[in-house]
Design a protein around this ligand. Structure first.
Ligand SMILES: [Zn+2]
Ligand SMILES: [Zn+2]
Ligand SMILES: [Zn+2]
Length: 391
């Protein structure tokens, strides 16, 4: 500190510090530190090292909080003199640590609330955003929200539009050949290089949906591409930056599983949260599981209530189970059930029912195909997502 302490003060502080550091060291501890830089081992491995939690850097000190004048020059020996601050996940204000209860202080920013927000019942931004389906979840032809089961809709590589099977079937029955939206003739399933060329064209034009689709094909080694997860992650990240919630979700799954990339649960959760805040239903469900497993039942319930109200049956069952085990009220469950039912109703249409029936019939007469089947099948190829991380 500039002229506010003597040289003797500093020398004494330095001696004390060095002794304390020495006391905290041991050969074993040094070993653990080194191990942290080794390639990470998965849970259950014999070595038993888990990734260390990285402590977030403290927010910059704000001298205004305590009414001091800001220091003229930052000294490397500056001693913290103001309370560290944290951002509240509900009001998004940066507040001193003591504005939070001890329990809330231990939480990550997205699920932490200041005392004031807890008292007034101000909800987390994480729960306020994405509680309805987004516009891009609507079928561009019938304008109804797309079914949650991705097998009941398909992406067209010509225009990158995702449409429900009901509209695909209806267009086919009206004699429309080609994409039901833009009428472009689609290459046959076997013509993967032509399909890839069409995606590439949209990709080159910077279409986020094409970036996502290509990432997905690298992820699974489709369209004649060799499976390349590193490339897939890179493209998912680009698509995620452009707001594609499915890309966030797939990144979440990839980092959570940690099979093809280094496992990173914190990163996975950040991606699930980004997806959920854009209305991604499975990501929302997974966050519910995560909070439930962490013992944050109030947050788990909030996530599952949202997920159920968007039409997710698994989430509805979780809310029901929480009700039967006394962790949710009867009103919670009744509310979730009501919203779930209306979401399911909204996703229904006679054309969609007919498309499902058509697929069932197709399966039962697989040996007896009509020439028309092949043509229509091309449009029933679902653009898949990863669905493995339902716990
Ligand atoms: Zn707050
Ligand atoms: Zn439709
Ligand atoms: Zn099209």
């Amino acid at each position: 500190m500039d002229g506010l302490a003597t040289k003797a003060d500093y020398a004494q502080a330095l001696r004390g510090y060095q002794n304390a550091v020495e006391e905290m060291r041991s050969p074993d501890r040094d070993e653990v530190e080194r191990a942290d830089w080794l390639p990470e081992t998965r849970e259950g491995d014999a070595t038993g090292f888990f990734p260390r939690r990285r402590v977030a850097p403290r927010a910059a000190k704000d001298s205004r909080l305590e009414g001091h004048d800001p220091p003229q020059r930052v000294s490397s020996l500056a001693i913290p003199y103001s309370t560290p601050t944290m951002i509240c996940g509900a009001c998004e204000r940066e507040l001193p640590e003591d504005a939070y209860s001890a329990e809330q202080r231990g939480r990550r920013q997205s699920i932490r609330r200041c005392e004031e927000c807890v008292d007034s019942g101000n909800q987390l931004v994480l729960m306020k955003k994405g509680s309805t389906r987004s516009e891009e979840d609507e079928c561009p032809i019938c304008s109804l929200p797309l079914p949650l089961d991705r097998k009941q809709s398909s992406s067209q590589v010509c225009c990158m539009k995702r449409m429900c099977n009901g509209c695909v079937l209806a267009a086919h029955q009206r004699g429309i050949r080609g994409c039901p939206f833009c009428r472009t003739k689609k290459p046959k399933k076997s013509q993967t290089s032509q399909t890839l060329a069409m995606v590439q064209k949209r990709f080159d034009a910077g279409d986020p949906a094409a970036i996502y689709l290509l990432a997905n094909k690298y992820d699974r080694g489709k369209y004649g591409l060799e499976k390349d997860v590193a490339r897939a992650v890179e493209l998912y990240e680009r698509a995620a930056e452009l707001g594609v919630k499915e890309a966030h979700y797939n990144l979440g799954c990839t980092y959570y599983e940690g099979v093809d990339v280094k496992k990173d649960t914190a990163k996975a959760i950040r991606h699930y949260e980004a997806a959920a805040m854009r209305g991604h239903v499975a990501a929302r469900y997974n966050l519910g599981c995560e909070e439930y497993n962490a013992g944050n039942y109030d947050l788990a319930l909030q996530h599952w209530m949202i997920s159920a109200s968007l039409g997710d049956r698994d989430a509805l069952n979780e809310v029901k189970e929480m009700f039967t085990s006394g962790l949710a009220t009867k009103a919670d469950y009744a509310g979730a059930l009501r919203c779930y039912q209306s979401a399911v109703e909204e996703m229904k249409s006679p054309d969609r029912d007919e498309a499902e029936q058509y697929k069932r019939d197709r399966r039962s007469r697989a040996m007896d195909r009509s020439p028309d089947d092949g043509e229509l099948d091309q449009y029933f190829v679902p653009g898949r997502e990863r669905w493995p991380s339902r716990f």
